[in-house]
Design a protein around this ligand. Structure first.
Ligand code: F6P
Length: 327
């Protein structure tokens, strides 16, 4: 990239995540420090196509660090998947003389950025913002820690009523095709079992495990289920085992979009600030078409192709520990 960067655009895209505002704030503050002009694009690629773009200055990102959601709003754009949509988006950026973009979102956001940046030779830096934590090239994504804490607090409340009524609860958490949230909530919430996409657990194994608990007169239990679990979601699993576990009074809870809201945790605020800060400094140091991440506490820039296509593996040792601690 040869053109000097003086004007950058930032946007949030895909599922919102607690901490996105902290990342936007860090982008604007860091860019201002380097005398760059920053433009906020509202509603992700939808807003880029529509030209919903306005200047952001330091004072515009005051008092947002602690807020959940995204002040720039977000969207999932079908139109951006078309060449015509991307052409309109390019016109919008050119109308504001944008030299580079910072895209805060997940793999879908990075996929769009990768295609667009190659079509129009505009440098992009991706900031991994999704509660799913399923982005290769960073140990943690923005929003994951907050989502785990939110779901864990919900599980603690479910545990109270499960114990009072001697009930078996199947609790479903988000994560799309990944089990990072389920595994960490299973451990922190003291679940008996965790069912997740990365490790197939036959229904017979679930039944056998719970029958053993019943033999030990343990009639209240929590089973954590990732929504991407291949043998079924909470309601499906509950229906399937109902006939074979008549000693249990079974209920299900789907934590749902609670996991996407709330004020970001301290961890997420620091992570988001670091990623936003290094997204800007990376652009100024010639980085382009990469996702910024933190691996073993070191800043890392990963080409979009890898960030999008390489699988981030679940910690198998953590999974084994969870299975043993749940006995
Ligand atoms: O990718 C974040 C996420 O919350 C996933 O965990 C979940 O499956 C999905 O978004 C839900 O999408 P929507 O908010 O469009 O229902």
């Amino acid at each position: 990239m040869d053109k000097e960067i003086k004007r950058i655009a930032v946007f949030t895209s895909g599922g919102d995540a607690p901490g996105m505002n902290a990342a936007v704030r860090a982008v604007v503050r860091t860019a201002s420090y380097h005398d760059l002009h920053v433009y906020g694009i509202r509603r992700g690629y939808e807003g880029m196509i529509a030209g919903d773009i306005r200047r952001l200055e330091k004072r515009d990102v005051g008092n947002i660090l602690q807020r959940g959601g995204t002040v720039l709003k977000t969207a999932r754009s079908q139109e951006f998947r078309t060449p015509e949509g991307r052409a309109s988006a390019h016109e919008s950026l050119m109308a504001h003389d944008i030299d580079a973009c910072i895209a805060i979102g997940g793999d879908g956001t990075f996929t769009g950025a990768n295609i667009f940046s190659q079509e129009y030779n505009i440098p992009f830096i991706g900031v991994p913002g999704t509660i799913d934590n399923d982005i290769f090239g960073t140990d943690y994504t923005i929003g994951f820690d907050t989502a785990v804490n939110t779901a864990m607090e919900a599980v603690d409340k479910i545990r109270d009523t499960a114990e009072s009524h001697n009930r078996l609860f199947f609790v479903e958490v988000m994560g799309r095709h990944a089990g990072f949230i389920a595994l960490n909530v299973g451990i922190s919430g003291g679940a008996e079992m965790v069912l997740l996409p990365e490790k197939e657990t036959p229904i017979e194994e679930v039944i056998a495990r719970l029958k053993k608990s019943a033999k030990r007169k343990k009639l209240f239990s929590l089973v954590l289920i990732a929504e991407g679990n291949k043998s079924g979601r909470a309601r499906e699993i509950a229906a399937e085992v109902k006939g074979q576990l008549d000693m249990f009074d079974i209920r299900t809870t789907v934590v749902g979009h609670l996991q996407r809201g709330g004020s970001p945790s301290g961890f997420d605020r620091v992570l988001s600030s670091r990623l936003g800060f290094h997204a800007v400094e990376g652009l100024l140091n010639g980085k382009e078409n990469v996702a910024v991440g933190i691996v073993n506490d070191k800043i890392k820039y990963t080409p979009f192709e890898d960030a999008i296509n390489k699988d981030k593996s679940l910690n198998r040792d953590l999974l084994r520990m969870a299975e043993i601690l749940g006995l």
